[in-house]
Design a protein around this ligand. Structure first.
Ligand SMILES: C[S@@+](CC[C@H](N)C(=O)[O-])C[C@H]1O[C@@H](n2cnc3c(N)ncnc32)[C@H](O)[C@@H]1O
Length: 246
């Protein structure tokens, strides 16, 4: 069992934090169409509970979703039986030949896999480039520094019908890492079950990521929105296209 997005946080993320995936979906579908990708395989890295995979399947794409969290994959399999899902780290899995690769809602920034570092991220970009058919696109977003003032800790809570989540955030600027301490309470029978996770998220500079992608051969556009959905402050998205040969 992975230590992150365990059963209760996976449930709460799916129930209460679905806006990022669902509101991004129309804009990302439009990017696929603009690139004349109207069918074929889309590999979704950090697919979570399959919210985006579901939108893809409804639009006639085939989907392979990968996520490190068994609990997330269990929800995804139940939601989208037509798609294929796999539990594993995106830094370790083989990426099959495909028309598009997506990674929505900061997945590549999470330091869940000890192998997630800049060198292996660039290596992942290379593997994605090799897997994409010419004209294929890689669409993803990351977190940049600056969401939280230096030296500050923010504390927030969100509640749903039968759950409550408390999040304490801090940016460790010397290491360019954002920490999120997440405490969940979920109703199980008469009582509320408490759980806790700490997520470490690498803060990248969008300009650096764009340069890394261009060196590999991608044509890159950086954006702060997927269609009409504007990403949270401090997030940047990339539309990286593999060009057709001359
Ligand atoms: C914020 S959630 C987003 C989930 C989904 N993309 C969505 O938009 O609803 C981030 C996801 O990335 C996954 N993740 C983080 N690091 C990963 C890794 N190295 N390999 C696979 N999945 C990873 C987490 O388990 C989690 O499901």
């Amino acid at each position: 069992m992975s230590e992150w997005y365990k059963e209760d946080l996976a449930f709460i993320h799916d129930d209460g934090f679905r806006d990022y995936a669902l509101k991004s979906a129309p804009g990302i579908l439009e990017i696929l169409r603009q690139n004349k990708i109207n069918s074929g395989l889309v590999v979704d890295l950090g697919c979570g509970s399959g919210l985006w995979a579901n939108e893809l399947v409804k639009s006639n794409y085939q989907v392979l979703g990968v996520d490190i969290s068994e609990a997330m994959i269990a929800i995804a399999q139940n939601r989208v039986p037509q798609a294929k899902f796999y539990v594993g780290s995106v830094f370790k899995i083989a990426i099959p030949p495909c028309h598009a690769v997506t990674s929505i809602s900061e997945c590549l920034s999470y330091l869940f896999d000890a192998d997630n570092n800049r060198q292996n991220l660039i290596q992942l970009f290379r593997r994605i480039y090799q897997a994409l058919t010419p004209g294929g696109v890689f669409i993803f977003d990351i977190v940049e520094a600056g969401q939280i003032a230096i030296g500050n800790k923010t504390k927030n809570f969100t509640e749903g019908k039968n759950w409550l989540v408390l999040v304490e955030k801090e940016e460790l600027r010397s290491q360019n890492i954002l920490t999120r301490r997440i405490i969940t309470f979920r109703q199980v029978g008469e009582y509320y079950r408490r759980d806790e996770e700490i997520h470490y998220v690498q803060l990248y500079r969008a300009t650096q990521i764009a340069t890394d992608l261009r060196k590999i051969g991608f044509r890159v556009q950086t954006t702060r929105n997927y269609g009409s959905y504007y990403l949270p402050k401090g997030n940047a998205a990339f539309i990286a296209r593999k060009p057709f040969p001359d």
